[in-house]
Design a protein around this ligand. Sequence first.
Ligand code: FRU
Length: 565
Amino acid sequence: MKNTLFTLVPAFAFAMGAWAQVSPEILSERHAMLRLEHNGKYLLLPVEEKQENAHIRVVKDNQLVNTINCRLAVDKVDYYVPYEVHEGEILDIAFAANSRYTGSIKGFTCWNKMQYTDEFTEKTTEKYRPDYHHTPGHGWMNDPNGMFYKDGKWHLCYQWNPYASYWENLSWGHSSSTDLLHWTAEPTALVPDALGMIFSGSAVVDKENTAGFGKDAIVLLYTSARERQTQSMAYSTDGGKTFTKYSGNPILTADIPDFRDPKVFWNEDIKCWNLILASGQEMWIYTSSNLRDWKFESAFGRNYGNHGGVWECPDLMKMKVAGSEEEKWLLICNINPGGPFGGSATQYFVGSFDGHEFKCESAPEVTKWMDYGKDHYATVTFDNAPDGRCVAIAWMSNWQYANQVPTLQFRSANTIARDLGLYSYNGETYCSVKPVVEMDAARGKQIAAPAARCEIVLTLKGDAQITLKNKHGERVTMVYDEEEGTFDMDRRRSGNVSFSDAFPCVTSAPTNGKLRQVRLFVDRCSIEAFDADGKMAMTNLVFPTEPYNRIEIKGKAKAKVYALQ
Ligand code: FRU
């Protein structure tokens, strides 16, 4: 199988072809200037992750046009990131004041290694580069953002640092897909500006031109992040190829430290837009008729659910409860820290919503988790999905160690897309989570043993222990206990677990009834387990030295392994 399934950003031919060394003007012990020449489309910036950020101000025609923080290499190069060259630009570079170097910065490795090039090839060969999960071609990624479906295409933006594989310089990268599995890179959607970095947010298709940007304009609502967080808006009139920021930004402000991640949707019940955003440990709800003037309606959350951390990235949607005509609302609330196994996780609430106020139907102390793994965060759904579907994607990592996971040219992947629903069990309504139906089409022929990418279908008739392992003794053990009604996954010996004390762990899910079929989606650095009926989901990262190629089963289970195409 070819590596065609992850995002490929425009290809660059790495360090080959045009090679021209840069000549910095050293201005002081910490300060240098670089006049960009037209020696190639990109200037490769050498990164050394253990260094402090150098602060780069991009100046053109005497104006500040961009600022970038990048850990430029002092001693050695970990990897390169491409900076797109615009003629006439000057990079004004200030190194950290507490740099351990007191002598001249002239000797820094970055000057010898910076080079112009017309092309740059992503290092798609990295061992833990997922085969079929969405990843950025290079750089850091966190939350999925601005997801919408239009004209047969799923659009997925994401929190992206194009200038290194750690959290910084937040922009919105953008990919699209026709099948939720094969992703194609699109031009960057949003880059930081004078209002701040671009934090998380959402997208809507404005079918009736309520905002005045045009019929079917795509409107993005996002957080501009500086000392305080404000909400801003951008729009696209070319189907999502390019976005223009609204000149009246910001459109929503508040004197609150954590005030972010607006999710907008059209509420047919009140014929109005609703916006829900995270404010400290509450979710605030607004209404608008034009997407820019927002009226505060109510706050939800005090005393409800888990409050072990800040509430982030909300979502709110109406769905039918399986097996009935009854409709209820699902409020998604990502929380960090406070997750069931430490760090980040997605909790949710079920209740009613009249367009103005959300009322949770469960007792305040009830906490419901959408996924019982440790690497499932910032879950949000696509706007305008066909057939009334609620399709969600989560960031497959955890803030406890996301910046330390053992990858280099890129860091982080998204989960496979999931179809959400509601079901009743023991007097409560829960969110069901299933791999999207598109994953069925990806199932290939049956194969004899697990591989780097595969789907394993477990048929269960009672208690069972399932172990995936490789010849190095690295293993992931899953245990189904029918009487307890639990499904556990143990990754303490899964391979490289040493990069963070918070990584080795056993995660455990309540099964809400008997499990009869479990689907395991295995990729190069992840395992996602789903009850085929949607009652349980568990997403965990793993970093084996070699892919697991053996499966061992004890107890009442049978396994079939399928190639994934
Ligand atoms: C969640 C989050 C959001 C914020 C973004 C910043 O992971 O903290 O609340 O908008 O990441 O990158």
